[in-house]
Write a protein that binds this ligand. Structure first.
Ligand code: ZN
Length: 205
């Protein structure tokens, strides 16, 4: 990479450290960036640093937010006694896009995977158990909807969560979303229709 000079070489290296960006894409992006107006580049750099500095986990659901509570947890319009457990904030966003869910979420930030060395303590499980009951042991939810992926990791995480919640012996219904079968139409709609179906077709565990 030396023939580019060290600044552009460093930029290519930095960009290629991002997920899904190979050397070729990093090169293309780097050349695009150096050709952009300086103000625009500064805007991107500021947005990167700003997001990294201000974004943290919501105190209640662990999604990424810049307030103490995310807008969903802070909303009085949501049903705070229905908690949907998802693997990451992108899944949360996908369910929000359907506009058909008015409960709240719990974001695990991963799934249990012995293969990848991800254990129960590496995801936000403890936080979920904590919010299910108050200090007196009173249940703080009526239903926990487990919406982890239908991958091997997602399924075993779901099983593990069910087992954990059941040991608390709370009067909380535990449900699992149905595995969606894609229907015809364009991709964006497939996702929303499938998610909505998966939510409607959930079964008790
Ligand atoms: Zn939240």
């Amino acid at each position: 990479m030396e023939y580019y000079g060290s600044s552009i070489g460093k930029l290519i290296e930095a960009l290629s450290s991002l997920p899904g960006i190979g050397k070729k894409s990093a090169q293309r992006l780097a050349f695009h960036i150096v050709a952009m107006p300086e103000e625009q580049v500064k805007g991107i750099a500021d947005a990167l640093v700003d997001a990294r500095t201000n974004v943290h986990f919501c105190r209640s659901c662990c999604t990424l937010t810049d307030g103490e509570l995310c807008p969903i947890c802070a909303s009085s319009k949501r049903n705070h006694r229905q908690i949907m457990v998802v693997e990451n904030s992108r899944d949360l966003a996908a369910y929000e896009k359907t506009g058909r869910y008015d409960g709240v979420y719990h974001v695990l930030h991963g799934a249990i995977s012995p293969m990848l060395g991800v254990g129960p303590n590496d995801i936000r499980l403890k936080e979920l158990l904590l919010r299910l009951q108050d200090e007196q042991g009173e249940a703080q939810a009526d239903e926990v909807i487990i919406a982890t992926n239908s991958s091997v990791e997602g399924e075993s995480t779901a099983m593990y969560i069910v087992k954990l919640i059941k040991t608390l012996e709370l009067p909380v219904k535990i449900t699992r979303i149905a595995t969606g079968v894609p229907v015809g139409g364009d991709i964006e709609n497939i996702d929303e229709v499938t998610l909505e179906r998966a939510l409607k077709g959930r079964t008790e565990m």
